[in-house]
Design a protein around this ligand. Structure first.
Ligand SMILES: *[C@@H]1O[C@H](CO)[C@@H](O)[C@H](O)[C@H]1NC(C)=O
Ligand SMILES: *[C@@H]1O[C@H](CO)[C@@H](O)[C@H](O)[C@H]1NC(C)=O
Ligand SMILES: *[C@@H]1O[C@H](CO)[C@@H](O)[C@H](O)[C@H]1NC(C)=O
Ligand SMILES: *[C@@H]1O[C@H](CO)[C@@H](O)[C@H](O)[C@H]1NC(C)=O
Length: 364
C-alpha cells in the first residue's frame, strides 16, 4: 500500500470512529428526552421501547428467567419509592425482568430518571399475576422466588431489600437536571451571605399521622423537644448550620421551632401540593433530621449525610411493631433519639382510650 493510501485509510478510520461516537452520544440524549415524555405516547406494544432496548442489552450478559415481575402502586411518594426499590432489588436478585405500573411511573418519572420500563394498563390487566404481600424486611423466602408473573404488594421500604445495590438505587432516583438546577438555586438563596453553610433538611411529618399515630399505632410524632435536641446536635458540630424545614403541618412547625438563632428556614406552605419540590430540597441538603414516615426515610437515605431519627416512638405492645422493625427501618449508622412516650402513657392511664381502629396501612 502506498503511503498516500495508508494516510487516507487512517483518515477514513478516524472519520468513521468520530461518526460512531457522535451517533452514540446522540442516542444517549435521545434516551434522556424520552424519559421526559408521557409514557403513554410511546406504549405501542405495551412496553417502553428505549427502556426495554436498554434492558435487552443488559440481558445479553445475563440470561433472565422467563416471565415478568411488577409491583402495585399504592400511597404517596415515599411508598412509591419503597415499592420501586423493592421491585428493582428483588427482581434482580431472582433474575426476573421488572416492569412498573403506569401509576408508579406517573408518580416517579416526572421527578427521577428511573429506568424500569412501563407496563401498559391493558397488558397488565391480562397477565395472570400471583400477588406476593411483602413484609417490610428482607428474609430468606425472598431469595428464591420462581414465579413467572409476580406482583409484589404491600408497603416495602426497608433498606434491607436494596442496600447492597445502593449505588444503583441512588442512580434510579437521580433527579432530572431541571429539578437539580432549581433546587440548587433555591439553596443558594437560603444560604444568603453565609460563607460556610451546612444544610440540614428537617422533615416534620404531621397531617393524618397526628391522629393515626396515637390512636391506631400507640405511637407519637416528633415533638418540640426532639427537634430541639436534633438541631442542637448539628449546631454544635457545624459552624454555620442552616435548617431547611419541610412539613405537611407547617403551622405547628412555626409555633414549635424556635427561630431566634436565625438559622431556620421554613419551606413552602406545607399543604403537600408539591411533594417533589420539598423532597428535592431535603435530598440536596447535607444532612437530615427525620421524624417518621417513608418520605423522611427516603430523603435521609438519598441525602446520604448524617441522619437523626426518632427512635422507639411506639409503646412496646404497639401493632406497628408487627409491620415495622426499627432495626430494618433505620440504618445502623444513623443516630436515634428516643421519643418521649409520656404523653401517650398519661393519656392511656387517665382515660380508657377506645380500641384504636387500624385505619390506615400505608406508612406514608
Ligand atoms: C467550615 O465549617 C466546618 C464545620 O462546619 C469546619 O470544619 C471548616 O473548617 C470550616 N471552613 C472554613 C473555611 O471556615
Ligand atoms: C428561643 O430560644 C431563646 C434562646 O436561644 C430563648 O431565649 C427564647 O425564650 C426561646 N423562645 C421560645 C418561644 O421558646
Ligand atoms: C452541602 O450541600 C450543598 C448543597 O447541595 C453542596 O453544594 C455542598 O457541596 C455540600 N457540602 C458538603 C461538604 O458536602
Ligand atoms: C430503643 O429501645 C431498645 C429496647 O429498649 C433499646 O435497646 C435501644 O437502645 C433504644 N434505641 C435508642 C436509640 O435509644
Amino acid at each position: 500500500m502506498s503511503q498516500k493510501g495508508y494516510i487516507l485509510g487512517v483518515f477514513l478510520l478516524g472519520l468513521f470512529s468520530l461518526s460512531v461516537i457522535f451517533k452514540f452520544s446522540k442516542k444517549q440524549i435521545g434516551i434522556q428526552w424520552e424519559e421526559l415524555l408521557d409514557a403513554s405516547s410511546m406504549l405501542s406494544n405495551g412496553l417502553e421501547p428505549e427502556a426495554s432496548k436498554a434492558r435487552n442489552m443488559i440481558c445479553e450478559t445475563k440470561k433472565k428467567r422467563d416471565g415478568i415481575w411488577t409491583v402495585w402502586s399504592r400511597g404517596r411518594l415515599g411508598n412509591q419509592l419503597g415499592q420501586y426499590a423493592a421491585l428493582y432489588a428483588l427482581a434482580k436478585l431472582n433474575d426476573h425482568e421488572a416492569y412498573i405500573q403506569q401509576d408508579t411511573h406517573n408518580w416517579l418519572a416526572p421527578i427521577f430518571k428511573i429506568s424500569l420500563p412501563v407496563l401498559h394498563r391493558d397488558t397488565a390487566g391480562k397477565i395472570p399475576w400471583r400477588n406476593l404481600w411483602l413484609h417490610d424486611w428482607m428474609s430468606e423466602e425472598y431469595y428464591d422466588i420462581e414465579d413467572k408473573y409476580l406482583r409484589l404488594t404491600g408497603y416495602p421500604c426497608s433498606w434491607t431489600f436494596y442496600h447492597h445495590i445502593r449505588e444503583e438505587i441512588a442512580q434510579e432516583f437521580t433527579f432530572h437536571d431541571f429539578i437539580k438546577a432549581e433546587t440548587n438555586k433555591h439553596l443558594e438563596q437560603i444560604k444568603g451571605t453565609r460563607k460556610n453553610a451546612t444544610f440540614i433538611g428537617v422533615h416534620v411529618r404531621r397531617g393524618d399521622y397526628v391522629q393515626i399515630m396515637p390512636k391506631a399505632w400507640k405511637g407519637v410524632l416528633g415533638d418540640k423537644t426532639y427537634l430541639e435536641k436534633a438541631m442542637d446536635y448539628f449546631r454544635t458540630k457545624y459552624q454555620e448550620p442552616v435548617f431547611v424545614v419541610t412539613s405537611n403541618g407547617m403551622a405547628w412547625c412555626k409555633e414549635n421551632i424556635n427561630i431566634s438563632k436565625g438559622d431556620v428556614y421554613f419551606s413552602g406552605d406545607g399543604v403537600e401540593s408539591s411533594p417533589g419540590k420539598d423532597f428535592a430540597l431535603l435530598v440536596h441538603c447535607n444532612h437530615t433530621i427525620m421524624t417518621i414516615g417513608t418520605f423522611g426515610f427516603w430523603a435521609s437515605y438519598l441525602a446520604g449525610g448524617e441522619t437523626i431519627y426518632l427512635a422507639n416512638f411506639t409503646l412496646p405492645d404497639s401493632k406497628f411493631l408487627k409491620i415495622l422493625h426499627y432495626d430494618t427501618t433505620f440504618l445502623p449508622e444513623w443516630i436515634g433519639i428516643p421519643a418521649d412516650l409520656s404523653p401517650l402513657q398519661y393519656e392511656l392511664a387517665n382515660k380508657e382510650a377506645p380500641p384504636g381502629k387500624t385505619s390506615s396501612s400505608t406508612l406514608g
